[in-house]
Design a protein around this ligand. Structure first.
Ligand SMILES: C[S@@+](CC[C@H](N)C(=O)[O-])C[C@H]1O[C@@H](n2cnc3c(N)ncnc32)[C@H](O)[C@@H]1O
Length: 261
């Protein structure tokens, strides 16, 4: 499967995803990934930034609120339509475009930084995404992205829970088997039955790379690795959002920052 076909699946997910995410059901994003991503992010005020795979624009808006001059792209026109509507409703001077991260419609060295929040693992041409990010960055610019942790988001995965429902381990397997577009059907687990009613399940094509593949592709693209994090919710967050408890047991996400020399 190539990025265009994967993009069509994402476009099919975009209405339900936006609806549920804006009702607060993307809890791993809102309470874990995004806070950790912004703790790790260098100062961006006054910088020109590009958000790759922006979805409905949640993280792009947060970047703009921190003073960055943001451009954002997504391959799915429906996601971009929702992001543009939010920009019209409450302007943050963000420029959105429908484009694939694999073939960016921007000249070389146009941006001070680029981000990708939970989008790079959804694009089969990992090498081209990283090459494009590298091309559009100015020398000295950084790329920061989050992905599902390659060691834990494996083709085989089973959450092991005790009698009270508390997660105590995650069984993983088939780490080295490369998924190339196998479809996973799901909805945000935090969304109650009444919120899900009438909505189609997300149909998400999966592409897996090992940790060494990710890091070696990043280096091959010309980046220098700068920082890596594996976010974990603290006890206070889990007390507020018990559905995040399983993210204390293993690292679900991997956050990486790299710099163009
Ligand atoms: C898991 S969602 C994350 C969205 C958003 N960054 C967030 O954190 O809410 C993955 C996003 O990547 C987008 N995407 C997938 N393939 C893409 C590609 N080739 N170029 C740009 N965006 C892509 C999807 O349309 C989707 O919006």
């Amino acid at each position: 499967m190539d990025h265009r076909e994967a993009g069509r699946y994402w476009n099919g997910n975009a209405d339900a995803w936006t609806l549920l995410a804006r009702q607060g059901y993307d809890v791993y994003r809102d309470y874990l990934n995004t806070p950790a991503f912004f703790r790790m992010l260098p100062e961006v005020a006054g910088l020109r930034g590009l958000d790759l795979g922006c979805g409905e624009g949640y993280n792009t808006r947060e970047l703009a609120r921190r003073g960055a001059k943001m451009t954002a792209v997504d391959i799915a026109p429906t996601f971009v339509r929702h992001a543009v509507q939010a920009e019209r409703d409450a302007p943050l001077d963000i420029a959105y475009a429908v484009a694939s991260a694999v073939e960016l419609p921007f000249p070389a060295q146009a941006f001070d930084f680029a981000t990708g929040s939970m989008s790079f693992m959804d694009i089969p041409e990992t090498d081209l995404v990283l090459a494009e990010a590298h091309r559009v960055l100015k020398p000295g610019g950084f790329l920061q992205f989050s992905i599902s942790h390659p060691c834990l988001d494996t083709p085989h995965r089973r959450n092991l829970r005790d009698a009270s429902g508390r997660s105590y381990a995650v069984e993983v397997g088939d780490y080295f088997r490369r998924l190339d577009g196998e479809i996973l059907e799901w909805l945000f687990t935090a969304a109650p039955e009444e919120a899900r009613r009438g909505l189609p399940k997300f149909r998400m094509p999966r592409f897996t790379r090992t940790v060494s593949e990710w890091l070696n592709l990043l280096l091959a693209a010309g980046f220098v690795l700068e920082r890596v994090e594996e976010p974990r919710p603290d006890d206070e967050t889990v007390a507020r959002r018990p559905d995040l408890q399983d993210a204390q047991v293993v690292a679900y996400f991997l956050h990486v920052r790299a710099r163009k020399p």
